[in-house]
Ligand binder design. Sequence first.
Ligand SMILES: [Zn+2]
Length: 371
Amino acid sequence: MQPAWEVLLDQTAFYPTSGGQPNDLGLLGEAVLLDVRDGEEGIAHIVDRELEKNGVKGCVNWPRRFDHMQQHTGQHLLSAMFQGRFGLPTVSFHLGVETCTIDLHGGEPSRDLLIGAQRAANKVIFEDRGVTVRYGTREQLARLGVRKEVEREGLLRAIEIEDADLQPCGGTHVKSTGQIGMILVRGCSKVRQDWRVEFVCGRRAEQAGTEDFERERGLMGVLGCALDELPAAVERLTAERDANFKSLRGALQQLAGLWGGQLASTAPAGANGVRVASLLLRGAHPELLLPLATEIAKSERTIALLILEESGQLVFAQHPTAGKDLGAVLKSVLAVHPGKGGGSKDFVRAKLAEAGSSAAALELAKSIVAA
Ligand SMILES: [Zn+2]
């Protein structure tokens, strides 16, 4: 915690956090502003050092303020398009560090609707219409047709976008729609009963477009294709991956068939005549465990105890004639070497919490089934 001072001024150009818009930052004399709050006694400027009491010059961090103006005016415009064209009112607004969101009340906005609202808003931006401040009582403004009525009494401040929107608001806005630059809708998701639309305006839209391009360029390099070929290239890769996985599974199944039979026939038989094929597998594919254990357990009076050394994954399986309760065996093993898993009397699978205990767990399982 750094020491801080709260400063009240007789007038200020600094905007305090309110109405979904974050506070301004900047300097008051030599002091750095840490926060600006809408307090009970007026606008409170939180600074990092004490100020002289005979007047001070302020300096607003303009890039930050202008960014907020772009996002906030863009929000008015986008909300007006959603409501006016598609009957979806905005119930809340948040101006975040990277993106902005509005929550729309009503049915799920389709892709066409989202793009339609974006396009209509951008058309108003390209026409560079005026954005003006109007004052009036709640009733006067209501007669002019505000988008969303507010509950406040007295003289209200409203923002009018020429032939597009009128909305009571105390935030900061640009002078004409051209200064918004561009609105890009970036996503839509359900939040409780409403639809949260993510969007960016102005400099943020430029940055989002640039980042998209950089990502795509990276992918083009990795996949060795042109931009418009990207979706097809990714689809091809996915299909190849699925085909490779299928053929790998086939090969593992074949390996399990050959090796499992051999392991079952060479496994030593205990005093009770039950054969136990136990194996601590190193560098094996995890998908081999299941078919190999299944293959071994096809032989009568045979038990398979398989553990992958590197991961602690295990599969125990038996031919029903072996007559053990592998569920109970697993329970005893996990009591000493913790892990998660389960199964039936004839088949269990699990993963040990510590891969390092794989060898000891296998020895323990062997001694239990030999008893
Ligand atoms: Zn506003």
